[in-house]
Design a protein around this ligand. Sequence first.
Ligand code: 1CP
Length: 356
Amino acid sequence: PDDPSPHAHGGPGLDRSPFLLACRRRPVPHTPVWFMRQAGRSLPEYLRLREGVPMLESCARPDMIVEITLQPVRRYAVDAAIFFSDIMVPLKAIGVDLDIKPGVGPVIADPIRDAAGLGTLRPLEPGDVPYVTEAVRGLVGELGSTPLIGFAGGPFTLASYLIEGGPSKNHDRTKAMMYGEPRLWAALMDRLADLTIAFLKVQVAAGASAVQVFDSWVGAVSPQDYRESVLPHTSRIFDEIEPLGVPRIHFGVGTGELLGLMGEAGADVVGVDWRVPLDEAVRRVEPGKALQGNLDPAVLFAPWETVERRARDVLDRGRTAEGHIFNLGHGVLPSTDPDMLARLADLVQEAGAGEQ
Ligand code: 1CP
């Protein structure tokens, strides 16, 4: 039923990419592996390059984007690259006054809490992010047969930053709007879904071969609230991206109780954090989906023998899925030893070979 994309995105050899095959639930030569937040965290070559350059400036410079995206591919020979950017970049590009502060994260000058604030969010045009188009084009040429994953923030996660004004533990004001002003909430989610769709389209038009929606903080809501207040917007994102013909991945943290609904929202691949074993995730997600995950990123602080045992356990459980992309259960933690990630990538590519 699911034919591969009629048009190849990116460079030659991509039709045999283990990552893209696994997303499509097709046989693979080895279990593909990449790491969320593999670009721009612990690598010394990244820290050197970023010295004196603010985060948002580095996201607007094609030369830096290309180099930072390629660094983990060179080091780890992972099966996919992820575009170096941030979920806040499209908001910045439409004129939202925001900064990404070191050690803090995104900070919004004027949080959006009413209809007037909502009115300041305009649609994203491709011309707003020329550096994204230029960097994706450059990357696709450099990456050859390694696919490039484009990404954007999910609507709940973007709404939380906009409403709270920065990182939040309990998402109080966000939920206050969701429960107390459902019409304003729906209008905001609608605009954020449009923004995500537009940002993903720019990346795919320039040559990205897959997309991931990071709704990182959506695990904060109950299944009932997810179904009513989030899912309609996320479904629209995946519906509108479908005609582009690239695999769509949907990820959030602490989403054990939402995995079924996240599958229903329409992505091809559901990302699973480390809290739910993959064989249990298979039971929670409807058939016809591949899974991505889910080694606890903190396991990488243990001795190699432990990492290896835990990684093999993830691989074993992943074999019960229709397709499995090995990843961490969330992003690489900043103090992770790059050599551990290199060994892990090797282990997955060797252990997962010829066993399909
Ligand atoms: O995978 C990669 O390494 C590519 C680059 C990437 C991605 C995919 C960055 C660079 N950010 C993101 C996505 C992102 N940004 C998410 C979703 C993924 C996740 O859950 O980890 C989120 C929630 C953000 C928001 C954000 N940006 C935070 C989190 C703050 C919080 O609420 O806890 C932070 C710290 C940033 C800054 C940021 N983004 C990226 C980097 C390298 C940095 C650090 C920059 C710096 O301080 O210099």
